[in-house]
Design a protein around this ligand. Structure first.
Ligand SMILES: Cc1ncc(COP(=O)(O)O)c(C=O)c1O
Ligand SMILES: N[C@@H](CCCC[NH3+])C(=O)O
Length: 472
């Protein structure tokens, strides 16, 4: 399996936009959040000027258009039906986001104990939460079973062992489960985000009868109430036929094994560059419905969109700090964030656009490489950025469509504090995740003189043991 090839950078499943499309202004690009508007002073989202947000909250800054998020949630529910949409919170999660998705009638898909904790903290009822993970530990399962989450999506026989132990030894209630199946169909913009093939760490393979064996085991266990099957083929999929193929494979299995429920995962792709047109929720729903019906499934289908809910609702604001022109080579524009707030270009070769919020209608004839401030040449945010010609040091820049897997995958590389996240709506901005401080960066450090192993705890004899114990 080959993931990242810097010499042959894959994109997000789309052809790169043509030269002409890359000239389009921010407003014409179709990439901005839904409530974006131009004012004489520049671009406003949610009724608030981006320049004003940067002034008040600093940069880098994640800005989410709350109305856009809500509209996407509603569109998804309209396409698939109430109780048939779970927001895949791995795309972007904080307390406010969990609450928003719940208020809009979505279930919440969480993929770890940490995500589960945030969802419960936000007040999302356990019976609206579905727990995923290819290697859930006993603590995660304990929390989920005690809280009685809607479903634990069981991924392996080892996980079944743990669930049975928790039920038998700690008398936890039986878990309502779905079985995650690897349908033998993989899709997605990059090898690293394709999940549904036979060669996958996720789920019970349909191939070789493993999934059928999992059904038999779960059905016979007092610790599990088997309610359905689940499959997810991959992420950033722009061809709904691929999503439908995965859905059909698992639908056939669900029908054959007489399941009550069928979940076909997320994966719907979004546009990252001007000129790209991703499918709508309605198109996805129509395609999947036909496919599962043809495969013999007569009931409703649940989906788990993450990216397609959150991506376009969010953008990142950066401040330009350096501009380096190398005659005959290229121009580098350095900003105050980088791969610690957007890992996707480095990880998947993903492509983005960049705009100047002070002039959202300006054409973008200039070419430059937008880079971050990390100690790494691969710290590229936009490899071949199109920008207005007058971009200067201290300018504010915006990269749209960073609402999914941006903040979610942020790190403290080079000890950069993670940015703040604000929601904007009706002319008001509210911080939903505060900016980390340098104090936060020290919070987990332990600075005590005593080390391990302690000199008195010598194990075994001889010089080697004494050396290991620190007494030599
Ligand atoms: C099980 C599962 N459901 C849902 C999603 C969400 O995918 P996306 O953000 O592509 O919609 C993922 C991630 O790919 C996933 O693994
Ligand atoms: N992190 C990936 C998506 C992973 C999907 C989760 N299963 C991305 O940014 O594209």
């Amino acid at each position: 399996m080959r993931f990242y090839d810097p010499l042959r950078r894959p994109q997000d499943g789309c052809e790169p936009a043509s030269g002409e499309e890359r000239m389009t202004s921010a407003i014409e690009s179709g990439l901005l959040p839904g409530t974006s508007e131009t004012r004489p002073e520049g671009l406003a989202v949610g009724g608030v000027l981006l320049t004003e947000l940067a002034r008040r909250f600093g940069t880098p800054l994640f800005v989410y258009d709350e109305e856009h998020l809500r509209r996407r949630c509603r569109d998804a529910v309209a396409a698939f039906g109430r109780d048939n949409v779970a927001y895949a919170s791995k795309a972007f999660l904080c307390t406010a986001m969990a609450r928003l998705a719940h208020e809009e009638g979505l279930l919440l898909d969480v993929a770890s104990g940490g995500e589960l904790r945030v969802a419960l903290h936000a007040g999302v009822p356990a019976d609206r939460i579905v727990l995923h993970g290819n290697n859930k530990d006993a603590a995660e399962l304990r929390t989920a079973m005690s809280a009685r989450v809607r479903h634990v999506v069981v991924d392996s026989f080892d996980e079944m062992d743990r669930i049975e132990r928790l039920h038998a030894e700690e008398h936890l209630p039986p878990a309502r489960i779905q079985l995650r199946v690897a349908p033998g169909v993989a899709a997605g913009a990059h090898e690293a985000i394709r999940t549904g093939g036979n060669d996958s760490k996720f789920g019970f393979g349909l191939a070789g009868g493993t999934a059928a064996a999992a059904v038999r085991r779960a059905a016979g266990s007092p610790a599990m109430i088997l309610e359905g099957v689940h499959a997810h083929v991959g992420s950033q999929v722009l061809d709904t036929a691929e999503l439908a193929a995965g859905a059909a494979a698992v639908a056939r299995f669900a029908a054959d094994t007489r399941m009550d429920r069928l979940t076909v995962g997320g994966g719907l792709g979004v546009a990252y560059e001007a000129g790209q047109t991703p499918p709508s929720f309605a198109e996805w729903a129509a395609r999947v419905r036909t496919a599962v019906r043809d495969a013999g499934w007569g009931s409703s289908v649940t989906v788990e969109p993450g990216r397609s809910i959150a991506a376009r609702a969010g953008l990142t604001l950066y401040r330009v700090g350096t501009i380096k022109r190398i005659e005959g080579v290229r121009t580098y524009i350095g900003v105050d964030g980088g791969m610690s707030d957007n890992l996707r270009p480095a990880l998947y070769g993903s492509r983005y656009e960049v705009f100047l919020p002070r002039s959202p209608r300006a054409p973008r004839p200039m070419r430059a490489r937008l880079v971050g401030k990390h100690c790494e040449s691969g710290d590229v945010i936009v490899d071949d950025a199109a920008l207005p010609a007058d971009v200067a040091v201290d300018d504010l820049l915006a990269t749209p469509v960073t609402g999914a897997y941006g903040y979610a995958m942020a790190s403290n590389y080079n000890k950069l504090p993670r940015p703040a996240v604000v929601f904007v709506r009706d002319g008001r901005a509210r911080i939903v995740v505060r900016r980390e401080t340098e104090e936060d960066l020290l919070r987990l450090d332990v600075d005590e003189p005593a080390g391990f192993p302690e000199p008195t705890r010598t194990v075994g004899t001889g010089a080697g043991a004494a050396q290991r114990a620190g007494t030599a």
